[in-house]
Design a protein around this ligand. Structure first.
Ligand code: BJW
Length: 232
């Protein structure tokens, strides 16, 4: 089974048990904030301080949380499958990396990165962005979180599509299936004759599209699925 090519997509649900709120569940990140107020380029243009504060708080919270058993299981899977595993996450946290995954494709960007809209440079960033710190490259006060908002094109789309077309198994973990293009990955995979599996606490918007859908916590389902795949 180590020759099998596997694409894994993760969403906010995989980090929930580490203590990071999801977006749309009760108590989720959007509860205090309308997504269209904080997650669009227009919102950032209208009220940059509100948006910077939202992301500064989340960046600070990253220091208080640790990867969980689901992140660690995927790192173990990478150890076994090598480049036959393509891990794409919608999450902007760094818990996959901190669990030991070395090739993580962050299609919605990264919280610990800043992007200068003047010179286009990207920088590793762990401190607040509110207060207009200068870009280390060009000194302009035009840094924004290096994340993908509604209406923007997600990162790595070409490579993700290539991986989806080439894979033997597509597994979606802890995502509501409400946000495109990630929500359509299951359809690309199925169109290519690929087997599909969903691991989620509750039914997602696209659950019925998957060949198989398992319900439960990521910290239980993911390690069990990795064991099952590697034992086969
Ligand atoms: C657990 C659990 C536990 C909880 N264990 N599970 C086609 C149709 C309709 C609309 C569109 C379309 N194509 C594009 C659009 C527009 C738009 C869109 O999708 N709108 C929807 C609202 C309909 N999409 C875009 O604008 C995207 N860009 C785009 O399409 O460009 C065009 C293009 C694409 C490709 C090639 C060329 C051109 C950009 C989308 C950007 C999304 N950005 C955000 C913010 C990122 C920064 C940040 O983090 O703040 O990304 S929005 C937010 O939602 C964030 C997330 O990554 C994303 C998905 O959320 P996720 O991860 O699914 O979280 P939840 O909370 O929704 O779900 C959690 C799940 O976990 C639940 O299912 C729980 O059950 C589960 N769970 N605990 C296991 N312990």
């Amino acid at each position: 089974m180590r020759q099998q090519r596997v694409v894994v997509l993760t969403g906010a649900g995989i980090s929930a048990e580490s203590g990071l709120a999801t977006f749309r569940d009760a108590g989720g990140l959007w509860e205090g904030h309308d997504p269209m107020v904080v997650a669009t380029p227009e919102a950032f243009a209208d009220d940059p301080d509100l948006v910077q504060r939202f992301y500064d708080e989340r960046r600070a919270a990253l220091g208080q949380v640790q990867p969980n058993a689901a992140h660690r299981a995927l790192a173990r899977l990478e150890d076994e499958l090598g480049t036959n595993l393509y891990l794409v996450t919608q999450n902007i946290d760094d818990l996959h990396e901190r669990a030991g995954s070395s090739r993580v494709h962050h299609m919605h960007g990264r919280l610990r990165a800043a992007w200068c809209t003047s010179c286009g440079e990207r920088h590793e960033w762990t401190s607040p962005l509110i207060g207009e710190p200068p870009c280390p490259s060009c000194t302009s006060a035009t840094l924004r979180p290096d994340v993908v908002w509604f209406g923007e094109v997600p990162y790595d789309m070409h490579a993700i599509h290539e991986a989806l077309w080439a894979c033997d198994l597509f597994v979606s973990i802890g995502t509501s299936g409400l946000v495109y293009p990630a929500a359509a990955f299951v359809h690309y995979a199925i169109g290519n004759g690929t087997r599909t599996l969903e691991l989620n606490l509750d039914a997602s918007d696209g659950s019925s599209d998957f060949h198989e859908s398992r319900r439960g916590r990521a910290t239980e389902l993911v390690p069990a699925w990795v064991d099952e795949l590697l034992d086969r």
